[in-house]
Ligand binder design. Structure first.
Ligand code: MN
Length: 340
């Protein structure tokens, strides 16, 4: 079968690799129809993803049609539409025992630490395979994963109906987090430097948007919260300064969600954390969020069809990578189509 392999930084190729075969009794083989390109795929391509080893079959956002299942698999029929959770954990370490398998100390993410889903077929354990119940356009089957990042953020911030949430950054993660928070009944304000990204967020349900190059964020937050201050801040900008802003902007008893993966310190002020008794949490990947996301896609509260801004056949991977890198403002989520 054909797959997209990054052999070394800046070397992407369509390569011929063996088609996966059922070996373990709980194996499921999926015929991939759809894969979403993520910032971390770009990081593997351009050599800036510190977790990546080469050569690597990339792709952690993917889905398709169940092709075959091992003898121990129940409830998953060949022919079903499915999304695959790329998070593989050991089940034994402290985090796994604490029901936090997404931060397993032996964590492996398909498409990053081990081969992923930008291939004609992929094999995954049955517990990682999540079925859609309504028929969806095949190009959208890979877009549950980015929404699980948003669902995990809502879970970590304990977002409830009526909560007021600031999401800094209106890229794919910010927009997925916004729709997930809206699905829980929150009111969401997004900030960004790019007008087009905010317009997209608005068209997908953001209550308010702030163009920080032209508007004062603190004044807008004051209006948004009637002077109370913002109780939940989600930082998808992920710079040292954006985390400082989050700590400064959050109101007393506020919660902050941190998503950055940079090894750079932030100059946050300890008194802000103590005096306001802030809760600052990390959010990584997803912890059993696929079924919730599929329910959201099926009830119409999550809109992968609007997240998808371009589609390419997987053989056009070089064009797709060039599009993301050269026109980032025009791209929210590029989908690779697999099959003929
Ligand atoms: Mn991703």
């Amino acid at each position: 079968m054909k797959a997209i392999q990054i052999t070394a930084p800046f070397q992407a190729e369509i390569t011929e690799v063996p088609k996966p075969e059922l070996t373990a009794p709980d194996d499921v083989i999926i015929r991939v129809t759809s894969g979403g390109i993520c910032g971390s795929d770009i990081g593997i391509y351009n050599g800036t993803n510190s977790l990546a080893t080469y050569p690597r079959l990339i792709g952690h956002e993917f889905g398709g049609i169940v092709e075959s299942v091992g003898p121990a698999v129940t409830g998953i029929q060949p022919g079903s539409q499915a999304a695959v959770d790329p998070v593989i954990s050991c089940g034994k370490c402290y985090a796994c025992r604490a029901s936090r398998h997404n931060v397993c100390r032996n964590l492996e993410v398909m498409g990053v630490h081990r081969d992923g889903g930008f291939a004609e077929y992929v094999k995954a354990p049955a517990k990682n395979v999540h079925l859609y119940h309504k028929k969806l356009d095949e190009s959208l089957l890979g877009l549950a994963e980015p929404y699980t990042i948003g669902a995990q953020i809502s879970k970590r911030a304990e977002i409830h109906a009526g909560d007021q949430v600031l999401i800094m950054g209106s890229g794919p993660i910010g927009i997925c987090a916004m729709q997930a928070a809206k699905r829980r009944g929150a009111k969401v304000i997004l900030s960004d430097l790019v007008k087009e990204r905010l317009e997209k967020a608005k068209s997908m349900g953001a209550d308010e948007t702030v163009l920080v190059t032209e508007e004062n964020l603190e004044e807008r937050l004051d209006q948004f919260t009637a002077g109370e201050g913002i109780p939940v801040v989600v930082d998808t900008v992920c710079t040292p300064a954006s985390l400082e802003d989050a700590v400064r902007l959050a109101c007393p008893a506020g919660r902050i969600v941190c998503l950055g993966l940079k090894n750079q310190p932030s100059s946050i002020c300890m008194a802000d954390i103590t005096k306001k008794e802030l809760t600052i949490v990390g959010s990584r990947l997803n912890n059993n969020c696929f079924d919730e996301v599929i329910a959201g896609i099926e009830d119409g509260s999550l809109n992968p069809e609007k997240l998808m801004t371009q589609t390419y056949h997987y053989t056009e991977i070089m064009d797709a990578l060039a599009m993301v890198m050269e026109h980032p403002k025009d791209v929210l989520k590029i989908v690779l189509r697999f099959g003929d």
